[in-house]
Design a protein around this ligand. Structure first.
Ligand SMILES: Cc1cc2nc3c(=O)[nH]c(=O)nc-3n(C[C@H](O)[C@H](O)[C@H](O)COP(=O)(O)OP(=O)(O)OC[C@H]3O[C@@H](n4cnc5c(N)ncnc54)[C@H](O)[C@@H]3O)c2cc1C
Length: 320
């Protein structure tokens, strides 16, 4: 099954590829005809469409005001299924590459104070946010961890540009990030934006649950593990707009059942991380298994990611 092809897909020309740090390359993409690139905001990512079954998401880490090129930075994941290795080993300057998006699940909200917390390649979506916070005159700090100094992309550039707002904390020099002290040092009303590996995200989520007055936003690059304590059941889904009702089998996803019924709907990662397949819920209670919606958004039960989520009720009605 291929990723949906109707969502703002375009061909881009690779105009630059540079090593930024150990295992990290930056890739710059421009319109092949010299036109403007699509508008985007801090927190956005694009899909890189490697082939029909391999689509990977990459955060835009350049300047949204630059309408001539999109920049991504990609960490080589040696143990992965090959998406990042393809970017490192195969994609070259002068190639054309298909992209979809930009799309944004990590919206940058206006505030007086920000704490940015990055783990490794999780620095990418935070770069345009720091620029925006700085330009707006907000109070802000970055706590940035990584395995070693040499593995931390953009570290030197950030230190040069923002000096004492930046705390670089390579793990081989400092150990794990001191999240508690960083959070305690920020005033009430601070928006905390965090992106990095799952243990970092879980630690900051736990600490922020205990601290009223901080507003936490996280972005997951990989799906979080969802404990499923029973076998999946079949359930019925009424497709409100198309007027049909389908049965989702215990061994298939809701997305596959929808596509099987002939209804075309966008999707991409199939892991609940990219947000492309979001659908509004008209009636019923979803069993949320995605890594995109916040706890509050999941509790509202008014939308769901149909690539991984299922149903708590025997019937759901979706705006499809
Ligand atoms: C919104 C968003 C933004 C992103 N932005 C960036 C970015 O700016 N830069 C960046 O480098 N990446 C980013 N990513 C991650 C990126 O999309 C890819 O997931 C990443 O490049 C790895 O792809 P891959 O095919 O090499 O590895 P994948 O196959 O995706 O594997 C990633 C890791 O998961 C583990 N894994 C893989 N398959 C399995 C399996 N079957 N069972 C258990 N573990 C497994 C492996 O340990 C591997 O290291 C982003 C992801 C999202 C959702």
């Amino acid at each position: 099954m291929t990723a949906d092809t109707d969502v703002e897909q375009s061909k881009m020309l690779v105009i630059g590829k540079d090593v930024l740090a150990d295992g990290v390359v930056a890739v710059r993409l421009a319109d092949p005809d010299g036109g403007r690139i699509p508008a985007w905001e801090a927190g956005s990512h694009i899909d890189i469409i490697i082939d029909e079954s391999t689509v990977r998401q990459y955060s835009l880490c350049g300047d949204p005001a630059d309408d001539t090129c999109l920049t991504i930075a990609v960490l080589r994941e040696e143990d992965g299924r090959g998406g990042s290795r393809w970017v490192h080993d195969t994609l070259q300057v002068g190639d054309l590459v298909s992209i979809a998006g930009p799309r944004n699940n990590f919206t940058f909200e206006a505030a007086d104070s920000y704490l940015f917390v990055a783990g490794g390649i999780g620095i990418t979506p935070l770069l345009p946010m720091m620029r925006a916070a700085h330009d707006a005159g907000a109070q802000w700090r970055l706590l940035y961890g990584g395995r070693s100094r040499a593995s931390m992309a953009f570290a030197a550039e950030l230190s040069d540009r923002y000096e004492d707002r930046i705390a670089l904390r390579p793990q081989d020099e400092y150990g794990l990030l001191d999240l508690a002290s960083a959070l305690d040092s920020m005033p009430d009303g601070t928006h905390v934006y965090c992106c990095g590996p799952e243990p970092l995200l879980q630690a900051i989520e736990a600490l922020c649950r205990e601290r009223e007055g901080l507003v936490l936003h996280v972005e997951r690059f990989a799906a979080k593990a969802i404990p499923v304590d029973a076998l999946d059941d079949t359930f019925e889904v009424e497709l409100h707009r198309s007027g049909s009702t389908i049965t989702v089998g215990a061994d298939e996803t809701l997305l596959d059942a929808v596509l099987r019924s002939g209804v075309d709907t966008p999707f991409s990662c199939r892991e609940g991380t990219c947000g492309t397949c979001e659908v509004a819920v008209v009636e019923g209670v979803p069993d949320h298994r995605d890594s995109v919606l916040t706890e509050d958004e999941q509790a509202a039960n008014d939308c769901m990611m149909i690539c991984v989520s299922r149903s708590c009720t025997s019937r759901l009605t979706l705006d499809l």
